[in-house]
Design a protein around this ligand. Structure first.
Ligand SMILES: [Zn+2]
Length: 272
């Protein structure tokens, strides 16, 4: 599943091909994503100029001068850039955005949980976005903010940092990795963790996400301009997916438990 780093890298990858371009047309092959692609989007978009591309949580927001496209990659979506139109689209390629430069942005999504929406109200007040918590990489998000949000929360810290109203875009992989780096066991009660420790956790979240974005950024060329069949970059994790393997710090075996129906990996020695 694309997590925040993949979405950020996708945004960075498509932006140079889209910003200041006008939209020639959109070809929609299948409207049935998580929500229907709006019926009149073809006529709405034709001729509009793209002013900017931003990300909020895992939404990519494209400012088209008179309104905004909101894109979500769902469980298996990816966008790739074709430098010129071609006829290689397969059944999983649901829409193509043709730009004045000749480039085409193609959306592929085998599981069809993604979204392409249009809004003319400010995206910040859109129903999918207005209730979201702080951005993890925003400088204003720190241990004090997290401490304030968790004061009354007695469920596990891992479920809390994966809750979009506490902080957005920390998915299962990065929640596991950040808790390892901060030395906090995933099952710890959220409101039992000191403010000082939460500062360390926030730093770990920011560093884990930033490192993933940098790693992905270095593979950006390959990622977009090849056939894009796999999409997401792989990286080495400290605990995620390593049940039974040795902890890189203390060499004890990494444990796995289920929390909120998601696999949680931790080192019983390094994480308290
Ligand atoms: Zn360890």
């Amino acid at each position: 599943m694309p997590e925040l780093p993949e979405v950020e890298i996708t945004k960075q990858g498509i932006a140079p091909f889209m910003v200041d371009q006008s939209i020639k047309k959109i070809i929609v092959r299948n409207r049935k994503l998580r929500w229907l692609i709006p019926e009149k989007l073809e006529s709405t978009l034709a001729g509009l100029t793209i002013k900017s591309i931003n990300r909020r949580a895992k939404y990519i927001i494209i400012d088209c001068s008179i309104g905004w496209l909101i894109i979500h990659l769902g469980m298996s979506g990816s966008l790739k850039v074709l430098t010129s139109p071609d006829d290689s689209a397969t059944k999983h390629d649901h829409y193509d955005l043709h730009l004045s430069s000749g480039a085409v942005i193609r959306y592929r999504d085998p599981r069809k949980f993604g979204a392409l929406l249009w809004t003319q109200q400010s995206p910040a007040s859109h129903r999918l976005i207005k209730h979201l918590g702080p951005e993890p990489l925003d400088p204003d998000f720190d241990g004090n903010v997290l401490h304030q949000k968790l004061r009354t929360k007695s469920s596990s810290i891992k479920l809390q940092i994966m809750n979009n109203q506490v902080v957005t875009g920390v998915g299962n992989i990065y929640a596991n990795e950040s808790l390892f780096h901060a030395g906090i066991r995933p099952t710890r009660r959220a409101n039992s963790i000191s403010r000082a420790k939460l500062h360390i956790l926030v730093t770990a979240i920011k560093e884990t996400l930033t490192k993933a974005i940098q790693l992905g950024g270095s593979s950006l060329r390959d990622f977009y301009l090849t056939d894009g069949s796999t999409g997401y970059f792989q990286q080495a994790y400290k605990v995620y997916g390593r049940a039974g393997e040795k902890c890189h710090v203390c060499e004890k075996p990494i444990k796995i438990i289920t929390l909120g129906q998601r696999s949680s990996f931790y080192c019983p020695t390094c994480q308290k």
